[in-house]
Design a protein around this ligand. Structure first.
Ligand SMILES: Cc1cc2nc3c(=O)[nH]c(=O)nc-3n(C[C@H](O)[C@H](O)[C@H](O)COP(=O)(O)OP(=O)(O)OC[C@H]3O[C@@H](n4cnc5c(N)ncnc54)[C@H](O)[C@@H]3O)c2cc1C
Length: 304
């Protein structure tokens, strides 16, 4: 079911069908702050008030025209000014395929560099999300080159890929900040651990490489076992709570989110917004059978 949903998440035909259903919009609102930048700022204010940090993600991926990629980049440029004006504790997450990676590296890299430079002028930070494995190497290469000019950019490593341990070492050598996650795409067994237990074991192994590195990283997970392992390891190695942050997605495990803040950990919430929410929504359904059941139940007519 996970593979099927992830496969469907890439369907350009299914997207408008699902997105036009009122019920999809209602269910998606659990995971998406809204369609406008205003909605995202409202969510970020609330998250800051709750003692949490934010990362704003304007939804969109696989942009296939240059004008679209440039428009997306323009949108991000103004976000840093707004964050500064409103004194929000928030940074930005983005995807390179939003910035035209499918159209070529030079266009995408140039747009990313402009965004990171603007963020630097506002003392802010840009996180480059990691997408499917066809983009992994290009993403790492672009981030490393842009980072050599501006230090305020980092990326994401996915524990499900076999290659990740080596990539982590390479990025740490470059001084790069990393968000560690399990990985959300459909990957073949030649590239990624098929079993959850192996992904989890690799996640813990990678966390233990990242935390003592002296670089500020993000431990992104809703899995209580991963969170416990991180807390225990940090305690054991005298790594303070200011030296790393936990990260979670908007609307997921809010109970755990509150608990971490109560315990004094730094927690950043990833806030997706925008009208292009279909692939993101489908990945969230794929992660948890209960989400899919809830969605399918909502499609059924209510009995009187
Ligand atoms: C801040 C952040 C940024 C991310 N960025 C990326 C990225 O750039 N690239 C990428 O490939 N992936 C990214 N991901 C997604 C990640 O790879 C996983 O797919 C996702 O976080 C689920 O994994 P998990 O660690 O929560 O563990 P899981 O083992 O999947 O889940 C553990 C528990 O968390 C809860 N949970 C998890 N997912 C859901 C859900 N959708 N709905 C309700 N409950 C849920 C459930 O209680 C579940 O039992 C990101 C995740 C976070 C938190």
């Amino acid at each position: 079911m996970r593979s099927l949903l992830l496969h469907l998440s890439e369907s350009k035909r299914l997207a408008p069908v699902i997105m036009n259903l009122g019920v999809s919009r209602r269910v998606a609102r659990r995971f998406v702050a809204g369609e406008t930048l205003e909605d995202a700022f409202e969510a970020a204010r609330e998250i800051n008030r709750a003692g949490q940090l934010a990362s704003l993600d304007h939804l969109g991926e696989n942009v296939d025209d240059e004008a679209g990629a440039r428009r997306t980049a323009e949108g991000y440029l103004s976000v840093f000014d707004r964050i500064a004006q409103e004194k929000l504790d928030a940074n930005v997450s983005l995807k390179l395929t939003q910035l035209g990676l499918d159209l070529g590296v030079p266009l995408c890299e140039g747009l990313l560099e402009a965004i990171v430079a603007r963020a630097a002028s506002r003392s802010n930070f840009v996180r480059v999300d990691m997408e499917g494995s066809v983009y992994t190497q290009r993403t790492i290469d672009i981030v490393k080159r842009v980072r050599a000019k501006h230090a305020n950019v980092g990326t994401v490593m996915q524990a499900y890929l076999y290659r990740t341990e080596q990539d982590v070492h390479e990025l740490l050598e470059a001084g790069c900040r990393i968000r560690l996650c399990k990985g959300a795409y459909n990957e073949p067994p030649e590239l990624a651990f098929p079993k959850k237990a192996d992904v989890d074991a690799n996640y813990v192994k990678l966390m233990k490489i990242l935390l003592p590195s002296g670089i500020y990283h993000g431990i992104a997970t809703h899995d209580p076992a991963m969170i416990e392992a991180t807390k225990n390891f940090a305690r054991e190695k005298n790594i303070s709570r200011e030296q790393f942050e936990f990260q979670m997605l908007y609307g997921i495990r809010t109970d755990l989110q509150k608990q971490l803040v109560r315990e004094g950990y730094r927690l950043r919430i990833y806030i997706p917004y925008g009208s292009d929410w279909f692939p993101y929504f489908m990945r969230r359904l794929a992660e948890r059978p209960a989400n899919l059941t809830f969605f399918l139940r909502s499609l059924l007519p209510r009995s009187s």
